[in-house]
Write a protein that binds this ligand. Structure first.
Ligand SMILES: Nc1nc2c(c(=O)[nH]1)N(C=O)[C@@H](CNc1ccc(C(=O)N[C@@H](CCC(=O)O)C(=O)O)cc1)CN2
Ligand SMILES: Nc1nc2c(ncn2[C@@H]2O[C@H](COP(=O)(O)OP(=O)(O)OP(=O)(O)O)[C@@H](O)[C@H]2O)c(=O)[nH]1
Ligand SMILES: [Mg+2]
Length: 461
């Protein structure tokens, strides 16, 4: 496939900044630049060496007026971000210079790039595979160091290489199977059945390891959805504020203070947390509060982790018990807050309700127990297994779903083999398995899916 138009976009974030960048990619990039760029030394761009920069001015082609003082860089195909000629115009940061330079570039024949089009070209031109392109957006969205490190590993091809190794093995097996179908040989057939079955099981184990890693990986990419619930006045909003180290939520000693769900983002030991403070759960006649309680329950159902708060200084109430009943087998930590006050809470009774959940004593007021809470969340996410920290994690649900499908095909092959059914059927299963892996890397994936992935990108990426 040959892409023959040249695209341009503002690649820096909108707003005021030190520098703004307008990026061009495509075979006319340098010609377009030549129409609007004048260097002090009056050199034209024909002898612009790759990966060098030049100082000069951008001129408005319609009236020859200077738009801005700039530095331009040139990267020659194919060793560039997109594998096409790339020009970057570094102008003064601010909304006007980048916008006017972009207009000038468009007037001279560039087309406005779609969101993610530079990265899409890097994919279509074969510099990176689809899973690496997806990592580019994860990189931009990452809220913590751990999330970013994981995205970088994907970007650098750690997952792609693993998948490639798996695919190579499958293709190898397929050729053996094909050979045996074409030239049946009773002497080795039985031996081959066992051998292929073994290989399938081994590959299935590698797929399984990747699938398991997605429990942690998804959290690093999307954040752990954590909902603080409890009856009114136990200190939910105080906890949110303490974790954020700012007064985000209104705190008063009036029960029913919080009426809506308040969402904030936290970084707990590198784990991105989407934390939600909610309206205290109770039966109420107040119309606004009722809606708030309803919302609390909706978020409760979607949560990855529930932080259930109790009040050390008050007796267990029917409201607390109602919340215990909601918990079921939800992933939850029980926090007993206000341990700085005198105890009225019957702790052994709490334990009867939530015997298998972790209970942590805390005082938001003094800060006691806050570190224990953070340690517990970290341990839950990493499940205490260090193996995830060095190896690559599957972070993307699309990838996880395809890995599950490819493993299912592989297990179908195993099933076929163990029942000594014809090898043609095994061949079909193996082919299916390879195709699912190819959907992750983008070798064979429907255009709609590619478009959907890149449409999530920002402009200029
Ligand atoms: N100014 C600028 N900064 C940027 C980018 C960019 O496009 N422009 N990037 C993008 O968003 C990121 C860097 N990513 C990049 C990835 C590959 C290539 C590239 O030219 N690769 C060539 C090898 C170049 C060489 O080694 O000489 C290649 O793979 O062939 C450039 C940038 C972050 N910083
Ligand atoms: N002594 C003591 N008081 C606390 C502690 N944590 C919170 N409080 C107080 O408890 C009261 C209620 O706190 P909030 O954070 O508003 O409670 P909430 O659970 O958000 O309440 P609703 O929004 O009404 O559901 C406030 O007066 C807080 O200052 C604590 O650890 N110790
Ligand atoms: Mg509150």
């Amino acid at each position: 496939m040959h892409i023959d138009d040249t695209v341009a976009a503002i690649s820096t974030a909108p707003g005021e900044g030190g520098i703004g960048i307008v990026r061009l990619s495509g075979e006319n990039s340098l010609d377009i630049l030549n129409k609007i760029f004048v260097s002090i030394k009056n050199k034209d761009t024909s002898d612009f060496s790759t990966f060098t920069m030049r100082y000069g001015h951008i001129i408005d082609p319609s009236n020859n007026e200077v738009i801005d003082e700039v530095i331009v860089s040139f990267m020659k195909a194919p060793h560039t971000y997109t594998k096409e000629d790339v020009v970057e115009i570094n102008c003064h940061g601010g909304v006007v210079p980048v916008k006017r330079i972009l207009e000038a570039v468009l007037k001279c024949g560039a087309r406005l790039a779609e969101p993610g089009e530079f990265t899409k070209r890097a994919f279509l031109n074969g510099r990176i595979d689809l899973s690496q392109a997806e990592a580019v957006i994860d990189m931009i969205r990452a809220k913590t160091d751990s999330s970013m490190n994981e995205a970088l590993k994907h970007l650098e091809g750690k997952l792609s290489n693993k998948l490639k190794a798996i695919k190579d093995r499958l293709v190898d097996m397929m050729s053996h199977v094909e050979a045996l179908i074409e030239f049946p040989d009773d002497d080795i057939e039985e031996l081959m059945y066992g051998q292929i079955e073994n290989d399938c099981l081994e590959i299935s184990k590698s797929l399984e390891d990747l699938i398991v890693s997605s429990d942690t990986g998804k959290i690093l990419r999307e954040g752990l959805n954590t909902v603080i619930i409890g009856k009114p006045n136990v200190g939910k909003s105080s906890l949110l504020n303490a974790l954020l180290e700012e007064n985000r939520s209104i705190v008063t000693d009036i029960p029913g203070t919080t009426r809506d769900v308040i969402l904030e983002y936290l970084n707990i030991k590198g784990i991105p947390i989407n934390i939600m403070d909610t309206a205290g759960i109770r039966n109420t006649e107040d119309e606004v509060e009722k809606i708030g309680v309803q919302r609390t329950l909706e978020y409760f159902n979607k949560a990855d982790l529930i932080i259930l708060m109790l009040d050390y200084s008050s007796e267990l109430s029917s409201e607390d018990e109602e919340i215990f009943n909601l918990l079921g087998n939800k992933n939850a930590i029980v926090l007993i807050n206000k341990v700085d006050l005198d105890r009225k809470l019957n702790i052994s009774k709490v334990k009867e309700f939530v015997n298998e959940k972790r209970i942590i004593n805390l005082s938001v007021k003094t800060g006691e127990g806050l570190e224990n809470l953070k340690d517990e969340i970290y341990a839950m996410v990493y499940k205490g297994e260090v193996k995830y920290q060095s190896d690559v994690l599957v972070t993307n649900i699309r990838h996880k779903d395809l890995l599950i499908k490819s493993r299912t095909s592989l297990m179908e092959a195993v099933n076929t083999l163990s029942r000594q059914m014809p090898l043609d059927l095994v061949s079909i299963d193996l082919k299916q398995c390879v195709e699912y892996i190819g959907e992750i890397t983008g070798e064979n994936v429907h255009e709609d899916i590619i478009n959907r992935i890149f449409s999530q990108f920002c402009i200029g990426k």
